[in-house]
Design a protein around this ligand. Structure first.
Ligand SMILES: NCc1[nH]cc(CCC(=O)O)c1CC(=O)O
Length: 332
């Protein structure tokens, strides 16, 4: 690590570049030399839908290959786009402090979600967002869209859609927060597991670099929160294919802010399975155990309350939750 700059592999998209630049700047401020190396990924090249090109991790895999081949030393991912399975030979050496995890609406004429007229068309490629929109506004239409943040906002600008839903963190990183017309509160729109957090990955065997990244970039409360959120995802992915939202926050009921450092987390989870939507909340101190506990509660409840297929067919009056496989949110 002495002498030679650290090679940070990045995709060329505006969001990936801004995230990589942010990490590079932090490392430079700590006294290290960093150079950015552009890596092309299948997710950037292909216009096919994410499901066609293989689902999870299409953006991460080319970066990971470059890491394993030794072409780059570290890579920055949006944590919510990373599959939960650990990657042999690589490690997430640091999870920096997350941004505001909420989703926002970018709507025409400065409209909020509540102000959109009946029948308004809202674009999103995320079954998680579609399911929660259907609950909050059963009267709007959800249209499946793809593309990076700029492309999505342009669909509203050009009048093809009334609104799109995006992660506030993505807009913040692109310095486009001014485009947001409404911040969706957590009781309306729970974010994806890991949303607004970054993962800084490197080779497990680069012990010096692992220690350097941890020292310079790691934020323990964010790591604990996303660990709980991803534990839910990992546990539920095995057993169901529903859209999943999860957010862990430090329990802040403590009378003195310093008491919150005892590590207690509150974990909120939303799952939409056909006509059945469930929300759960639990508190605990062990992130993985907490995630598994909530996943188990959801699976048990689902087995007990799942309506029979005939009932599902007959009851068309309920909000149309999304009937699709879980997919990590596409594009960028
Ligand atoms: N899958 C797309 C993606 N991946 C990360 C972000 C935003 C930043 C983040 O959530 O960390 C976005 C865009 C979006 O969902 O609006």
């Amino acid at each position: 690590m002495t002498g030679r700059p650290l090679r940070l592999g990045t995709r060329a998209s505006a969001l990936a570049t801004s995230q990589s630049d942010w990490v590079a700047e932090r490392l430079r401020a700590a006294g290290y030399q960093v150079e950015l190396v552009h890596v092309r990924t299948e997710g950037d090249v292909s216009r096919a839908s994410l499901q066609e090109i293989g689902g999870t991790g299409v953006f991460a895999s080319a970066l990971r290959d470059a890491l394993r081949r030794g072409e780059v030393d570290l890579a920055v991912h949006s944590l919510k786009d990373l599959p939960t399975a650990p990657e042999a030979g690589l490690t997430i050496a640091a999870v920096p402090e997350r941004e505001d995890p909420r989703d926002v609406l970018v709507a025409r004429d400065g409209l909020t979600l509540a102000e959109l007229p009946t029948g308004a068309v809202i674009g999103t490629g995320s079954p998680r967002r579609a399911a929660q929109l259907a609950l909050a506004r059963p009267d709007v239409q959800v249209r499946d869209i793809r593309g990076n943040v700029g492309t999505r906002i342009d669909l509203v600008r050009h009048g093809e859609l009334d609104a799109v839903v995006l992660a506030r963190a993505g807009l913040a990183r692109l310095d486009r927060l001014a485009d947001a017309t409404d911040t969706l509160e957590l009781d309306v729109m729970l974010p994806a597991p890991g949303q607004a957090a970054l993962a800084v990955e490197c080779r497990e065997a680069d012990h010096e670099l692992v220690a350097l990244l941890e020292r310079t970039l790691e934020h323990a409360p964010t790591r604990a929160a996303v660990t709980a959120e991803r534990a839910v995802l990992a546990a539920l992915e095995a057993g169901c294919t529903a859209p999943i939202a999860a957010l862990a926050t430090p329990v802040s009921a403590a009378p003195h802010p310093s008491d919150a450092a005892d590590g207690a987390l509150s974990l909120h989870v939303f799952v939409a399975l056909q006509d059945l939507t469930q929300r759960h909340e639990a508190t605990g101190t062990d992130p993985v155990a907490l995630g598994h506990e909530v996943a188990q509660q959801l699976l048990t409840e689902q087995l007990m309350t799942r309506p029979d297929p005939a009932g599902l067919e007959a009851d068309r009056s309920r909000p149309a939750a999304v009937r699709g496989a879980f997919e990590p949110e596409p594009d960028l």
